[in-house]
Write a protein that binds this ligand. Structure first.
Ligand SMILES: [Zn+2]
Length: 355
């Protein structure tokens, strides 16, 4: 902790004298002032009496980062370090009281944390009308962009789309991975910008991010390898295709698309389209209702490892759009015809491996 209470006043560890009567602002237990050679001064609970409010163990990165973030966000409003919210038993690393707008709670996350804890803390802040902002430390900055980061921390910011925020203590800069999405082959993408000041964050992304190039040969060779290794996710899809006489490596190019999705789509839009189409053309009827398509879309979304929600967003609209586009593509290519009650199958969709 950077702040303790001495005789009913908050004291910053940077300016604190050595004495024995500091207490924790949250739990009111005794805390001691610590100095290190590599660490800026901070207050610590006694090991036998840890804080009752969950907070991150102090590391040089966490201590330095909190102060740097307080400087970075200073123009946004009045900053308080380690603001305690007794109502939800939480302590924000930095608190920004913005004039005439909801306050912001900055969480500088350096240590591992489980999704349900991120969710609980986020909902706790939201319940109080506070906007939480998760900013990630070096442990997370080294990770490859993927579901694990997105599930917990990806949020929408004006001008940046769906994004992740990282604070680099050494460079004293904010990294923002922005406009995150998945391409149709399931790969995760986004732009990366390094920001030196709050004005740049408020301004939003200045350059469009490049369109993805879909590398089908690479995608196929990964699929083949995963099938060979019997990777659970890929195997689950193949197990649904096999009884229909199809193979994952033979997905018809008629289903190819350059559409992007929110990054909740598991193995990606193309595999989902293939699975929906395979099941649709295997129906024991020529007439397909909207309810049937809904059912297939949901079932196949689960099979491709799609996720219904993250801490910050839900899939609903994306799945709706994906469904509409698939049906429109199948109609425009003459496989389906629109009818009063839905669609009628005009001709079968051939898979290359079949004869
Ligand atoms: Zn405490």
């Amino acid at each position: 902790m950077l702040v303790a209470v001495l005789q009913d006043k908050l004291v910053d560890a940077l300016y604190a004298e050595r004495r024995s009567d500091y207490v924790c602002p949250a739990c009111h237990q005794r805390v001691g002032l610590r100095h290190g050679t590599r660490v800026q001064p901070y207050f610590a609970h006694r090991p036998q009496a840890p804080c009752t409010i969950l907070s991150e163990g102090e590391t040089p990165q966490h201590i330095a980062g909190k102060r740097q973030l307080a400087t970075f966000f200073a123009d946004w409003g009045t900053i308080t370090l380690e603001h305690v919210l007794p109502a939800i038993q939480q302590r924000a690393d930095c608190w920004v009281a913005r004039p005439a707008r909801s306050p912001v709670a900055l969480e500088f996350q350096c240590s591992p944390i489980m999704t349900r804890h991120v969710l609980a803390r986020t909902r706790g802040y939201q319940k109080l009308g506070v906007q939480p902002l998760w900013i990630l430390g070096s442990r997370y900055a080294q990770q490859k962009l993927g579901w694990s980061l997105i599930e917990r921390f990806a949020m929408r910011l004006r001008g940046w789309g769906l994004c992740l925020l990282f604070w680099d203590v050494r460079r004293q800069r904010l990294r923002i991975d922005h406009h995150l999405y998945q391409d149709a082959l399931g790969n995760y993408h986004g732009g990366t910008a390094w920001l030196t000041g709050l004005a740049e964050l408020i301004a939003g992304a200045q350059w469009p991010i490049p369109e993805p190039v879909l590398d089908y040969p690479l995608w196929r060779s990964k699929l083949a390898r995963d099938l060979h290794l019997r990777t659970a996710g890929v195997l689950a899809v193949q197990e649904h295709l096999y009884p229909l006489g199809h193979h994952l490596l033979d997905i018809p190019m008629a289903l190819a698309t350059t559409a992007k999705t929110v990054p909740l789509f598991g193995q990606g839009l193309l595999v989902w389209r293939a699975l929906v189409a395979a099941k649709l053309f295997a129906l024991p009827t020529q007439n397909v209702t909207a309810a049937t398509v809904d059912r297939l879309a949901e079932a196949c979304f689960a099979i491709v490892g799609g996720h219904r929600r993250t801490v910050w967003l839900t899939i609903d609209r994306t799945l709706e759009i994906a469904k509409r586009h698939l049906m429109a593509d199948l109609v425009s290519q003459g496989y389906l015809r629109e009818t009063a009650g839905g669609w009628a199958i005009q001709r079968q969709l051939g898979w290359p491996g079949e004869n």
